[in-house]
Design a protein around this ligand. Structure first.
Ligand code: MN
Length: 206
């Protein structure tokens, strides 16, 4: 039986490893991108090889374990790609959004400061390991803030995510230790609002 399933590749980082300093150190970015993100991509490809063996009937298998491995690594990969896009080099990111994204934030949250306060409170409320995301819900033309744990939300990586924050310990521990809230605050100096608005515009015209 001839079965083909394309592999995944580690996308290039949209800036240098040290571009986010002093808010996120080069050391963290090296471990995070070259270690963790690459590990998820390698992980998916390893599970794809096993999956192909299963599809060909070449091996006895634990299908639940294989699918769980694919879901964990594939979501990890896609979410990290979105996380890198959510930030811009220090000095270029941060500030406040403009255009239609600013209009939507002001309409729904009253002000950018109120939106930021709610996002930070949401991020700080996350127990353990996971993510906080701002996404666009086309169903009622609204912005939503969502937290979720680990990597096991199969659908989130394909939702219209505008901006997302990684809250795994590997994202901050080397620099911020147990002060996660300081890392959450520092993230606001890096948010790529231009990129977030471009994503929103793309979704609005679909
Ligand atoms: Mn991560």
């Amino acid at each position: 039986m001839d079965i083909q399933l394309n592999k995944y590749k580690l996308p290039s980082l949209p800036y240098n490893l040290d571009a986010l300093e002093p808010y996120i150190s080069k050391e963290i970015m090296d471990v995070h991108y070259n270690g963790h993100h690459k590990g998820y991509v390698d992980g998916i490809n390893k599970f794809i090889d096993r999956y192909i063996q299963v599809l060909k009937g070449e091996t006895t298998y634990d299908i639940q374990g294989i699918i769980r491995g694919i879901v964990f690594n594939l979501n990890g990969h896609k979410l990290h790609t979105l996380f890198w896009q959510s930030m811009a080099p220090a000095g270029k990111g941060g500030g406040v959004p403009g255009g239609i994204l600013a209009d939507m934030i002001n309409k729904q949250f009253g002000s950018f400061d109120n939106f930021k306060k709610i996002f930070i409170e949401t991020a700080n409320s996350l127990p353990g390991t996971g993510w906080t995301a701002l996404y666009y819900d086309p169903e009622n033309n609204s912005l939503q803030i969502m937290t979720f744990e680990n990597h096991f939300n199969q659908h989130l990586a394909e939702l219209p995510v505008l901006m997302i924050l990684d809250e795994f310990e590997h994202a901050y521990y080397l620099q911020y230790k147990n002060k996660r809230a300081d890392y959450v605050n520092a993230f606001w100096n890096l948010v790529n609002w231009e990129g977030a608005e471009n994503k929103l515009r793309k979704y609005l015209t679909q």
